[in-house]
Ligand binder design. Structure first.
Ligand SMILES: NC(=O)c1ccc[n+]([C@@H]2O[C@H](COP(=O)([O-])OP(=O)(O)OC[C@H]3O[C@@H](n4cnc5c(N)ncnc54)[C@H](O)[C@@H]3O)[C@@H](O)[C@H]2O)c1
Length: 268
């Protein structure tokens, strides 16, 4: 899949799935616009991509700040004269607390970054894509937006369920202009080392993380950032031109019933 001359904005691209996605597009000839609140991290990824004689530019933007988003999108459009793909990927989790302990500040911050941030970018970019009569928007939700999550409180699943609703609303609005909007719900993806994952993502031990993967994921492996990046590239490609408003699980079968789950729960 070729993306020569295409301009692709990826938010939250200073690390993890976002950085891998920016690389995946750049390797296929696109200019990757790397957006992150962590400006230093974003600059580093862009510099590494350019060191391979590929195209990337970094922008320091807080996605929850509408003015910053509008100014950035305007600058990109003025420079390249087009915006072909937007990947809404930036997020914060807010950590786990039982709902009675969840602060207003945590709730507001997670909704502002994960959901309002995606709206801010979609709105600014749609204004450029509509006159172009083409474009692809891919929103990164989470399995937590469908099933909830025992490891990240109520704010994170709420924001990610919102991302699915945002996708449906945008998809219907923008399809008549030749713009495809779709959504991906990743399962557990290795954006940390397993030890870090045990400590930061779930508060579990490494053994529990390994056992969780064994029982919960029929493919019996954690997902890699490339698993998500390649699905994003597919949805942004011409091969996916008739797919609109879909939510695609990329989770190794994590939402399926499985023998391992039954054995673990019921002993058969
Ligand atoms: N890793 C997983 O297991 C997993 C599972 C399900 C869904 N997801 C989703 O995939 C996406 C990427 O996850 P990841 O694990 O790669 O994340 P990550 O923590 O590695 O990266 C997130 C990036 O977002 C940036 N960011 C945070 N707040 C921002 C803001 N206000 N403005 C701009 N940038 C901001 C961070 O600086 C960071 O670079 C997220 O939307 C997440 O919900 C991840």
């Amino acid at each position: 899949m070729e993306f020569k001359e295409k301009v692709v904005i990826v938010t939250g691209a200073a690390r993890g799935i976002g950085a891998t996605t920016a690389w995946a597009f750049a390797k296929r000839g696109a200019t990757s616009i790397i957006v992150d609140i962590n400006g230093e991290g974003a600059e580093k990824i862009a510099a590494n991509i350019r060191a391979e004689e590929l195209n990337a530019i970094a922008f320091t933007v807080d996605v929850s700040k509408k003015l910053q988003v509008d100014v950035m999108v305007e600058e990109v459009f003025n420079k390249f004269g087009r915006i072909d793909v937007l990947v809404n990927n930036a997020y914060v989790s807010g950590g786990y607390t039982i709902v009675t302990e969840t602060s207003q500040e945590t709730w507001d911050k997670v909704i502002a970054v994960n959901l309002t941030g995606a709206f801010n970018f979609a709105q600014a970019v749609a204004k450029k894509m509509i006159p172009q009569k083409s474009g692809k928007i891919i929103n990164i939700s989470s399995g937590a937006g469908i099933n909830g999550s025992l490891s990240s409180g109520v704010q994170y699943p709420a924001s990610k369920a919102g991302m699915i609703g945002l996708t449906k609303g945008l998809a219907g609005d923008l399809a008549p202009f030749g713009i495809n909007v779709n959504c991906i719900t990743p399962g557990l993806i290795r954006t940390w080392e397993p030890e870090e994952m045990a400590e930061q993502a779930t508060g579990w031990t490494l053994e529990k993380v390994e056992r969780y993967i064994e029982v919960e994921v029929p493919l019996k492996r954690v997902g890699e950032p490339e698993d998500i990046a390649e699905t994003i590239v597919f949805l942004a490609s011409d091969a996916a031109s008739y797919i609109v408003g879909e939510v695609i699980n990329v989770d190794g079968g994590g939402m399926l019933d499985s023998v391992a789950k039954r054995e673990s729960l019921l002993g058969f």
